[in-house]
Design a protein around this ligand. Sequence first.
Ligand code: M6R
Length: 362
Amino acid sequence: EKGGYEHYMRKEIHEQPVALRQTLSGRIDIERGDADLDVSFPQGYLESLEEIQLVACGTSYYASLYAARLLEQFADVRTTVEIASEYTFDGGRDPWRTLVIAVTQSGETADTLGAIRRAGGAGARTLAVTNTLGSSVTRETEDSLFIRAGPEIGVAATKTFASQVTTLALLAVEIGRKRGTLAATDARAVLENLRELPGAVQQVLDEEARVLEGAERFVDADAFFFVGRQFGYPVALEGALKLKEIAYDHAEGFAAGELKHGPLALVTGETPVLSVLTEGARPGETLNNVTEAQTRAAPAIGVTDGTVETDSLDLALEVSEIGHMTPLVANIYFQLFAYHIADLQGRSIDKPRNLAKSVTVE
Ligand code: M6R
């Protein structure tokens, strides 16, 4: 059932083009320049929305950080993201005008269920974004939106991250169109980028041998630092989480600009720095931060779409530029990198120590 793959995680990484096509299927209306999602908000609700709050844990939290930027840009609505276990609802005088979205692959995460229950109880409107039909979260919320990634067995979330961001990107388009903050031509450009996403992901998967070479070079490193800006920041956080989870190596994700405010003290010749150097991630500024790390002898691995000159990197990995979605494509390299670092060390990739696929205690 692993379809010839040694691990579910690698199978699920490779399933992403198919999963993303499912996520997008029937939901793009290029002619109207709109998304067509199977969730119906009450008449006039989205227009009068005052705030969106996303609540989630782990990888779903990082997907939410990515999506929040899209929601703010397209829908011009204040959007906050909170770790579910830290969440308290403060909806002001009219809580219903706040849409609280629980983002959860399994739909069973206790922290996320607790958060959405608190929001619903206080009078907010609630929406579940999940991979699992009939899961607990769908019984706690007014509406549900399915990410359609297909079952994910590996404890490390991979294809569901991409499908979560993609589903929320469609939602951001729909809300932006309803509110009149996103013009049809701009929406069309976003939708075209989404249509190109599965192909761009496939191109990365075709480069897996280069990632393996990189992993072989750096497998003995002391620690791994991931840096990015803008949409590249949640991708850096997610890249580091994958490596921690399955390789048990020390890894941290930073906003690239923060390196010089402290973490740079940790940088040595034994700490590779992985970066997102693409559209949507301020590649020029990020490259400057990477260069600072290289000056302290750190090896540099960067994902590039050709926007900046990357000759100075120790390893440059290429992606196609697809606007706001480019950093999401860069993330596929980080998934493959974590997988191969873990595999070279013989780790229990699909069932890492101490972790469970769905965390049903608070
Ligand atoms: O099922 P959920 O999306 O609610 O799960 C949230 C986290 O437990 C989950 O993303 C976890 O961080 C993964 N193991 C990450 O790979």
